[in-house]
Structure formats: C-alpha cells, structure tokens
Design a protein around this ligand. Structure first.
Ligand SMILES: [Fe+2]
Length: 285
C-alpha cells in the first residue's frame, strides 16, 4: 500500500482541484459578452427544474435543510469541481461535440494540470523507478478528419496502479504519469507508460456522503486522459478505457463511449500494446 493510500483525503484532493480550477481558467472572461436574456433563460430553467422536483416529489423541510447543509459542505470540502465534472460535465461534452466528425471525446474531469513535461514524439511518460502496473506501449497518430497527418501534441495524464493522481494525492512526485508528447509532420507518437487502475472518487467528503446516502457506488473504470491539439483544428479531450473493466458499463461519471475502449494486445513479456490514434475536426474560424 502506498503512502497515498494511507493519507489521501477528499478535502485535500478537493482543495487541490478547486485551486487548480481558479488558477488555470478565466471562466468569466469567456462569457463576458453573454446577453442578460441568455443568463435569465438558463437560470430560470435550472430553478424551474428544481421547483418541479420539489413539487413532484413533495420535498419536505427536513430534506430541504439537509440539502442546504450538504451544498454548504460541498463548497467547504472544495468538491464543486468533482461534483460538476462527475455528474454534469458529460452532458456538456455531448452537446459541445455533437457536430464533430472526428474522434469521439469525453470529459476532462478535475485532475488535469497544464504544462506537463515535454517528452517529444517517442518517450516514456514520467514515472517513478519501479512504477507499479502492467507496462503499456501506445503507438498512434494524429490526423485531420481527411487522414492528413498533423504535427500536434498529445497531453496524457492518468492515475497510478493504486488509482491516485500526482498533484492531487500526497506522496507522489509532482509530474508522475503526466506528460506532453509532440509529434512531427508525420503525426506519429509512441508512448510507454503503465496501465492505470480503476479508482473510486473520494468517498470521505460531501460527494461521498451523497453516494453513500443514495446507495450508489463511487467507481470510475481504469482510463487514460488525453488532450490532443494541432494548429487549425478543434482540440480533442478524451478518455480511453480498457476492455473488461467491470465499471465500463456503470461509470459514476457516465463518461465511457464504445469508441473509446482500447484493444490492448498482450505481448510475450506480459506488457500490453495499444494502437489508437486521433482524427481532429478542422476548426471553423
Ligand atoms: Fe481520471
């Protein structure tokens, strides 16, 4: 058992995710020209849906007060990024990418960190000496939807064999299992890493309290996270999954799509080889 197993907490992970979100994005800037009518429309629609739920299911004052306490606790635990990315983002992603012709995407989730170390086109993902987990060789390429190879980048991040992410769980080196791979004009990349483990989202905070109270499970299937970029093309954010994972069918984050399940081939030495590339939609400017 790793140090992270013994000391990872929802509050620490949530605080890191909340701080990271504030640090990396300017969410208000991107919508600063949104008309009042649009804000009014969306805010009313959400409130109407809440009101309808209360009327339909005859929500009591005790339940209302428990909800109020729980919402306060989500913020106190820093778990708004976790809550939103697990239970809401997948629908935003579906809507945002509905017109795409290229590779399927999936949610980003709360554990991305920008500017991971640059590794070139053919390299190991940064990892500890003796990193646990089945070795994985991943060969693939980036193309446009018409098949033209693209010089671009694949940012890759994933959990370790205990299901923990560097920079969100303690005891793991800063950039462990995070890297940026830059392809040449042929678009090809070759990455060596390890197969991540399935993991439960933190269960000791407010999100865990909801999961427990509702009788849900907290599992995400094992997955690789990627952000794929090339000039003149839409950025693709995706997660890639492994066949046979018991949680591919009931992912708590509802982020699995059939097109995102890999077909690893087990090699004689016990390692696995995967062949998976990305086709990016041309950006319409
Ligand atoms: Fe993840």
């Amino acid at each position: 058992m790793s140090t992270a197993d013994e000391t990872a907490t929802a509050a620490a992970s949530g605080a890191a995710a909340t701080e990271r979100f504030h640090h990396d994005k300017s969410p208000y800037d991107a919508v600063k020209d949104t008309p009042k009518e649009r804000v009014d429309l969306l805010a009313r629609a959400v409130l109407d849906a809440i009101h309808e739920t209360i009327r339909k299911h005859e929500v009591t004052y005790d339940e209302y007060n428990a909800l109020k306490a729980w919402l306060i606790q989500v913020g106190a635990d820093g778990e708004w990024p976790l809550f939103l990315d697990v239970w809401v983002e997948h629908v935003v992603e579906d809507v945002a990418t509905a017109d795409r012709q290229g590779s399927k995407g999936s949610i980003e989730g709360p554990y991305y960190v920008p500017d991971a170390p640059e590794r070139g086109a053919d390299a190991d993902l940064p990892m500890r000496d003796g990193e646990q987990g089945t070795p994985l060789l991943w060969e693939g390429g980036i193309t446009s939807t018409d098949g033209t190879p693209l010089a671009g980048t694949v940012e890759l991040w994933h959990a370790d064999a205990d299901g923990y992410y560097s920079q969100f769980a303690p005891g793991i080196p800063e950039w462990n299992l995070r890297g940026t791979f830059t392809t040449g004009p042929d678009g090809k990349f070759r990455i060596r890493t390890i197969q991540p483990a399935p993991y439960q989202i933190p269960t000791d905070g407010a999100c865990g309290r909801l999961i427990s109270a509702a009788g849900w499970h907290a599992w995400r299937p094992a997955h690789l996270h990627v952000k794929v970029s090339a000039p003149g093309h839409e950025q693709l954010i995706a997660q890639l999954y492994f066949p046979g994972d018991p949680h591919n069918d009931d992912d708590i984050a509802s982020a699995v799509k059939p097109e995102l399940i890999l077909s690893p081939v087990v090699q004689d030495d016990g390692s696995a080889r995967i062949d998976y590339g990305f086709a990016l939609d041309r950006r319409e400017d």
